[in-house]
Design a binder for this molecule. Structure first.
Ligand SMILES: Cc1cc2nc3c(=O)[nH]c(=O)nc-3n(C[C@H](O)[C@H](O)[C@H](O)COP(=O)(O)OP(=O)(O)OC[C@H]3O[C@@H](n4cnc5c(N)ncnc54)[C@H](O)[C@@H]3O)c2cc1C
Length: 89
């Protein structure tokens, strides 16, 4: 995130309107402190693409990688455990 970006998601959206960029600062929002993924309608299969290792030594984990438990802590946890197990063989 650019250091100059406001801590407020609303201010960030105002700033980006018409710029073609899309980012957020929810992790800096005092009353929110985080976020989770949403797939576009019809694009849920993108989670499978995201969780596919790009190299046997490099794996992704997190709620966005879970096909069935996305947007949750347990989905993030399970994908992390699975990725670690796969790396450790
Ligand atoms: C308000 C709110 C309420 C929620 N309530 C629930 C609930 O009741 N139950 C539930 O199951 N889930 C809930 N969730 C969802 C849950 O918090 C998330 O699904 C979960 O935290 C996702 O975990 P994660 O590890 O995938 O991602 P995160 O927890 O977002 O972790 C990603 C980490 O990566 C770091 N990071 C990002 N970019 C970089 C970078 N470039 N370099 C280094 N580090 C980086 C971030 O700082 C962060 O620490 C809630 C979420 C929110 C926002």
């Amino acid at each position: 995130m650019a250091p100059s970006m406001s801590a407020s998601p609303r201010a960030a959206r105002r700033r980006q309107r018409g710029s073609g960029r899309c980012s957020s600062s929810w992790s800096r929002e005092t009353h929110i402190r985080g976020g989770y993924s949403h797939a576009l309608p019809g694009r849920a299969s993108a989670r499978q693409v995201l969780s596919t290792p790009i190299d046997p030594r490099i794996r992704f984990a997190g709620e966005a990688c879970s096909a069935t438990e996305f947007s949750t802590v347990h989905g993030a946890y399970k994908t992390g455990v699975a990725a670690a197990r796969a790396l450790l063989g």
